[in-house]
Design a protein around this ligand. Structure first.
Ligand code: GNR
Ligand code: NI
Length: 167
């Protein structure tokens, strides 16, 4: 396993879309292991493949609290099949280190994906898991936290990100 480098905004590779994965083979399982290791090391609650420069449709999430056993969730070729309600919460992103902003999302989502075993599953989630699913799903569309902000906050976060990369 290997810890991979997480790309920081405004790296153009964060704008690439995650292409569908045709078969869940050894290469993909190795990528999943690397992503999990990278996410836990960061630490973060989720990581999308596009954040490490792999333009494939895959993300991992673990929203378990520190005192709980870890619960890695793998989403391959995810599709959000329904959304309900609206909810605002403070989000961070490993591609925007040091920044957190309020983002409006659906309160609940239902997502269909393939798991690490290549088998399809569907879950309905709210709370942090629901937010994380929408956040990671966005990454696979090349969409970032900053795109959810109003023009003023967007400019501030953009400038902070450029400044940070000079430090
Ligand atoms: O670690 C992360 N925390 C987080 C907190 C609130 C909402 C979303 C997230 S995802 C983020 C990791 C990340 O950047 N995933 O793409
Ligand atoms: Ni992110």
């Amino acid at each position: 396993m290997a810890i991979r480098t997480i790309l920081h905004y405004p790296d153009p590779r964060l704008r690439e879309k995650g292409l569908p994965i045709e078969s869940v083979d050894e290469r993909i399982r190795t990528l999943i292991d690397d992503m999990a290791e990278t996410m836990y090391a960061a630490p973060g609650v989720g990581l999308a493949a596009t954040q490490i420069g792999e333009a494939v449709s895959l993300f991992v999430i673990d929203v378990a609290d520190e005192e709980e056993p870890s619960e890695l969730r793998v989403f391959i070729n995810p599709e959000i099949v329904s959304k309900q309600g609206k909810s605002c919460s403070r989000e961070g992103c490993l591609s925007f280190p040091g920044i957190s902003e309020e983002v409006e999302r659906a309160a609940q989502v239902t997502v269909r994906a393939l798991g690490r075993d290549g088998k399809p599953f569907e879950i309905t989630a709210d709370g942090l898991l629901g937010v994380a699913i929408q956040h990671e799903y966005d990454h696979l569309q090349g969409k970032l936290m900053i795109d959810h902000l109003g023009v003023i906050k967007r400019r501030i976060v953009h400038r902070q990100s450029l400044k940070r990369d000079l430090e």
